[in-house]
Design a protein around this ligand. Structure first.
Ligand code: FAD
Length: 522
């Protein structure tokens, strides 16, 4: 008994010393953060500078701390704690996916960054649910590449993608998630059945079409404003084994876009349809088709762009090995309707995984040359179909002439595949184009040049009354955000008032500011 009380005594002293030591040896821990030192996960102060960076590499906001949550309850405790501090505290919480934002959207000045990738929980494939449809139940911090690899083990795959898979589920669902499959399936936000969300009050809510539907609609494309997505149920389909991957060139913009539009509207068509603009005349052939085989090697080698801007239509057809012959016939049939330059048909066959993960191969190359972690002054716009020619004439013909700084994607999307109850903002027309100017600025001075070019493009749209919408939007004033949302602003602000009334979440989007009323009247 005496021995027992001796150990108890010793234990209490050690425990007390360690509590005191935590606080005394960590004098830099601001007192509002101290309660978070007792979470299951890890609260790091050393990693703050890392969380002040993103893919854009232009903006840097230093957080006070970085939380590596061990569970959803760590996320809940953190948000609840910040919520309870009330409106006077300046603390905010920024969920960070893979940090692939462009202008600090996953950052917070002096707040807490939550590293969603640490959350764990992985991906579980559920075969027969939701009216017999399979789905993947994935962590909000999971990378899409991991979701894919897990699903492929079951012969399944998500239906709708982004071009690059080293992005997180919660990060892309907070924007929209678009790629060449969106014309058929809609964006990724049209392909989720249910979300688990920690709201700005620190409540965990499941939401879907049927349950808490307002939150379900708000969070999809909601720029992280309404809650932290901790899990998502993602629609799946049978995964094909292989992909026939085709690129053809056009010198005439009208034929290029008419063919794209015809393909996305046709019943029998390709499985993926995108396109890009080639303004850079040097090394043209070798750059854009490096891993493709020309159908007619002799004529292809003689092909000369004659200094013209070219437009590349990119398509794929999925198939399983035993269906190769019928896939061939279908491809021929679809191609026969197109008006590309005849000698410029290039193709290759790769596994489905290799195709979907294609941008990662470029990442590896760019990293090896030190060209990945450079500033990325990207500009992503949705341009209504009615004005795409005016846009192209000015932007590709004049503003970017000879000075493009990276790939320029251009492909049509169809409004009817988007759910208009979500928070995503797109133009009013049924068909609109994604124009993605994916610039890199590796040398001093080139960042300013690229930003100047972006401003010129935006000014041109404004001056000419082109009713474009920014994708992955970047605005700094609430007035600009109101313009972005148009007549949907009231609803957006109303939902904010319900789910994050103190404006704690995703401050890096710069839409609402803590301490400033977030109601529609603000
Ligand atoms: P982050 O950048 O870390 O976060 C994005 C925003 O969402 C932040 O505001 C953050 O606070 C919030 N957020 C993060 N996680 C959560 C969560 N779990 N719950 C709630 N909010 C959260 N997009 C496309 O649609 N199509 C493409 O083809 C495409 N290709 C890309 C290629 C590259 C190389 C890169 C860098 C980006 C690409 N993107 C594409 C853009 C991408 O969708 C966005 O960058 C997005 O931000 C995803 O990145 P992330 O997962 O790193 O999220």
């Amino acid at each position: 008994m005496a021995m027992h009380s001796y150990f108890l005594h010793l234990f209490l002293i050690v425990a007390l010393v360690s509590v005191v030591t935590t606080h005394v040896s960590n004098p830099v821990v601001p007192s509002p953060l101290r309660p978070l030192l007792h979470l299951q996960g890890n609260l790091s102060f050393d990693d703050a500078p890392l969380a002040a960076k993103d893919f854009g590499n232009i903006y840097q906001l230093l957080p006070a701390a970085v939380l590596y949550p061990a569970s959803v309850s760590d996320v809940v405790s953190t948000v609840q704690h910040v919520f309870q501090l009330g409106p006077r505290s300046k603390l905010t919480v920024a969920a960070r996916g893979h940090g692939h934002s462009l202008q600090g959207q996953a950052q917070t000045d002096g707040g807490i960054v939550v590293r969603m990738e640490a959350l764990g929980g992985g991906t579980r494939v559920v075969h027969q649910h939701h009216g017999g449809q399979p789905y993947a139940d994935a962590s909000g911090g999971e990378l899409w590449i991991n979701v894919l690899v897990e699903c492929l083990k079951h012969g399944l795959a998500p239906k709708s993608w982004t071009d690059y898979l080293h992005l997180t589920v919660g990060g892309t669902l907070s924007n929209a998630g678009i790629s060449g499959q969106a014309f058929r399936h809609g964006p990724q936000i049209s392909n989720v059945y249910q979300l688990e969300i920690v709201t700005g009050k620190g409540e965990v809510m499941n939401c879907s079409e049927e349950e808490n539907s307002e939150l379900f609609h708000a969070a999809r494309g909601g720029l992280g404003q309404f809650g932290i997505i901790t899990r998502a149920q993602i629609a799946l389909e049978p995964a094909p084994e292989m992909v026939r991957w085709i690129r053809v060139l056009y010198s005439d913009f009208t034929s290029f876009t008419e063919d794209q539009e015809m393909l996305i509207s046709a019943k029998e068509t390709f499985d993926y349809i995108e396109g890009f603009v080639i303004t850079n005349r040097t090394g043209l052939i070798n750059n854009w088709r490096s891993s493709f085989n020309p159908r007619d090697p002799v004529r292809a080698s003689q092909f000369d762009s004659d200094g013209k801007i070219l437009f590349c239509l990119e398509m794929t057809k999925n198939f399983n090995q035993h269906e190769a012959e019928s896939m061939d016939q279908q491809v021929e049939q679809h191609l026969s309707k197109l008006r590309y330059l005849p000698s410029t048909l290039f193709q290759s066959e790769v596994s489905y995984l290799e195709f979907l993960d294609r941008v990662h191969a470029s990442e590896v190359k760019l990293r090896s040359k030190g060209l990945w972690d450079v500033p990325h002054p990207w500009l992503n716009l949705f341009i209504p179909r009615a004005r795409i020619k005016d846009f192209a004439r000015e932007v590709f013909g004049k503003i970017l002439r000879d000075s493009s700084r990276g790939p320029i994607l251009l492909y049509p999307l169809n409004r009817s595949k988007w759910d208009n109850r979500t928070s995503a903002v797109i133009p009013d027309e049924e068909i609109f184009y994604l124009v993605a100017l994916l610039s890199s600025a590796p040398s001093p001075g080139s960042l300013e040049e690229a930003l100047k070019q972006n401003r010129k493009i935006l000014d041109f749209c404004n001056k000419e009354g082109i009713k474009m919408k920014q994708y992955l939007p970047y605005y700094t004033t609430q007035e600009e955000w109101r313009g972005h949302y148009g007549d949907r602003w009231e609803m957006f602000a109303h939902r904010k008032g319900i789910y994050d009334p103190l404006s704690i979440l995703a401050p890096g989007q710069r839409i609402f500011h803590k301490g400033v009323q977030s109601s529609s009247s603000s």
